[in-house]
Design a protein around this ligand. Sequence first.
Ligand SMILES: NC(=O)c1ccc[n+]([C@@H]2O[C@H](COP(=O)([O-])OP(=O)(O)OC[C@H]3O[C@@H](n4cnc5c(N)ncnc54)[C@H](OP(=O)(O)O)[C@@H]3O)[C@@H](O)[C@H]2O)c1
Length: 271
Amino acid sequence: MSLQLERFAFLGGGHMAQALIKGLVLGGVQPQQIHVLDRNADKCALFRSEYSVGATHDLKTVLNGATTLIIVVRPNDVKPLLMDIAQLEGPSRRIISCASGLTCEQLQAWLNPQQHTIIRAMPNLPASVQSGITALYADDDVLDQDRVIAENLMRSVGSVFWINIEDQLHEITGVSGSGPGYVFRLMDAMTQAAVKLGVPEAQARMLVVSTFLGSAHLALAHAEPLSELCQAVCVKGGTTERGIDVFNRHDVDGLFDAVLKAVVDRSRELH
Ligand SMILES: NC(=O)c1ccc[n+]([C@@H]2O[C@H](COP(=O)([O-])OP(=O)(O)OC[C@H]3O[C@@H](n4cnc5c(N)ncnc54)[C@H](OP(=O)(O)O)[C@@H]3O)[C@@H](O)[C@H]2O)c1
C-alpha cells in the first residue's frame, strides 16, 4: 500500500518527529500529507518553515482527516494525550506508537472505549538521514494493510524488521533505540582524548566520525564475528593491541552489560 494516500498526524514535535518527517519528505511523502501537534509555538513554527508541514497545538485540527497517528511524545505524556483523543470520540484509527515501554494493551486502555489499530515501533534517530533501524510489533489481529503502512512508513527512513514478542521491544530499546546515544558519547570521548593529545578539534572529530562510519561499513560487509574484525586490526605486538588491552583491563564488556541493563530496566519501569 502506498503512503501517498495517507494523512499522517505526528503527535509530538520533538526529536523523533523531526527525524521521521525529515526522512519521509526526503523519501517522497508530500508535506501536505503531514500535520504535527506540539504545544510549543516555536516548534510548530519550525515545522512549518523547515518542512512546510502543518503544525499546531490544537489536537482536533491535527486529527481532522488523519488516517495514521504517530505517537512521538515522551512516554509520561502518552496517557493524557490518548485520554484527550478518547474524549474527542473520533473514528477508529491506525496508531503507530514510538513510545518506549508502553504496551499495546495499555495504549488501548487509555483510548477506551473506541477500539483502534495499534502498532508499536522502536525507531532510532539516524532515521533523519534515512539510516535508521526500526523494530515493529503488532498483535495477531492487526490486518496486513495496517502492517504494510507502518512498514512502508518506517522503511522510508531506514531498515525495518518485525518481532513476534512484544516484550522484546524493551531489549531492542536498549540496543538500537538508545544506541545512537552510546555511539555519540563514545565518539565524543574519543574526540576529546584526541584533542588532549594535541589534534585540532575539527580534525579529531572528522577522524573519529570517519573511523566509526568506515568500521560500520566494514562490519556490514563481512559476516565474520566482530571479535575477528577487531583481531584483524590488532597486529601481534603492535599499537592497537595495547589500546585493546586497556579496554579489557577496564572491563568494557561489563560496562556495556551495565549500560544495556540500565536502559532495559528503565524501559520496563515506564510500563
Ligand atoms: N529520541 C530518540 O532517539 C528516540 C528513539 C526511539 C524512540 N523514541 C520515543 O519517541 C518518543 C518521542 O521522543 P523525542 O525524543 O522525540 O521526545 P521530545 O523531543 O521530548 O519531543 C516530544 C514533544 O512533544 C511535546 N508534547 C508532549 N505532550 C504533548 C501534548 N499533549 N500536546 C502537544 N505536544 C506535546 C513536547 O513538548 P514539551 O517539551 O513542552 O513537553 C515535545 O515538544 C518517546 O516516547 C521516545 O520513547 C525516541
